[in-house]
Design a protein around this ligand. Structure first.
Ligand SMILES: [Zn+2]
Length: 271
């Protein structure tokens, strides 16, 4: 297997992975979606709420607020030694929200939460939670814990996690008359004319829409668009709970753990 990083920043990563198959790519995608733990608010105790949003509605919005995750310090509640249903300071973080509008209308933002541990706080301070009209109030305490995407989408570490076969575009140079119709029709500018031939600009941008093939007026077609069965582009966009690279590392560690368990159990069966 050969991996090349095409793009990477604080919130997303794009990889080109060669020499594998769709089954492996889908395994990786599904582990990221369902098994990589992140912090999210799981329980809300509403002390006072005179806003137009009902308590349940408010709790739902707060639950979907992505939180910065510290995997080194915190345990999954089911793995924590405390064994308590209320949690301890190694498996739970509490966040408090107190907002009063006074005599004007205000918007309550994620940044108004005060966390026990500043390392576990909303990833953005500008997520609107609710609006308060004059003389309205919200007071609540929220409890965050580590969880997995298979239990609820609020623990999913990514907003986008997809893979695609790498396209292959073949151009028959002998029959091509350089009409450039395929170059002009391509919405992603994958093709270009360089000198006396049509060449590929950036193949990973191709969505295999087939417009270039349809635009070619030659019979048989001069241009052919297919895909490589063993090469993929992999796109991941994090919710900022964890960095894209950390999400991939965690997913691979989890996959490794699952394979090791399988191996150990197979050996036990043999013995
Ligand atoms: Zn605990």
């Amino acid at each position: 297997m050969n991996i090349k990083t095409l793009k990477e920043d604080d919130t997303s990563i794009q990889l080109l992975i060669r020499g594998t198959n769709a089954a492996f790519m889908n395994t990786l995608r599904r582990i990221i979606l369902t098994e990589v733990p992140t912090m999210a608010i799981d329980e809300v105790v509403v002390i006072e709420n005179s806003s137009v949003l009902r308590d349940e509605f408010l709790a739902h919005r707060i639950g979907l607020m992505p939180l910065k995750t510290d995997l080194e310090t915190y345990n999954l509640p089911e793995d924590c030694k405390c064994g308590s249903e209320f949690g301890c300071n190694l498996c739970r973080v509490s966040l408090v929200l107190e907002a009063t509008s006074g005599d004007r209308t205000i918007t309550v933002y994620s940044g108004d939460f005060v966390s026990d541990n500043p390392a576990v706080a909303p990833v953005s301070t500008r997520i609107p939670i609710t609006k308060l009209a004059p003389e309205q109030k919200v007071r609540l305490e929220a409890y965050a814990r580590l969880g997995k995407g298979k239990d609820h989408a609020r623990w999913q570490p990514v907003s986008v996690c997809t893979y695609r076969h790498l396209p292959i575009i073949k151009i028959n140079k002998k029959s091509c008359d350089l009409c450039e119709k395929c170059v002009k029709v391509c919405p992603r500018k994958v093709l270009k004319k360089s000198g006396d031939e049509i060449s590929i600009n950036h193949i990973e941008e191709c969505s295999l829409c087939g417009d270039c093939v349809d635009a070619c007026e030659k019979t048989p077609k001069t241009i052919e668009a297919t895909w490589d069965d063993e090469s993929f582009t992999f796109n991941l966009e994090s919710t900022e709970s964890l960095t894209p690279r950390r999400i991939l590392q965690e997913a691979i560690t989890i996959l490794n753990g699952k394979l090791n368990t399988l191996l150990e159990q197979l050996q036990e069966v043999r013995e």
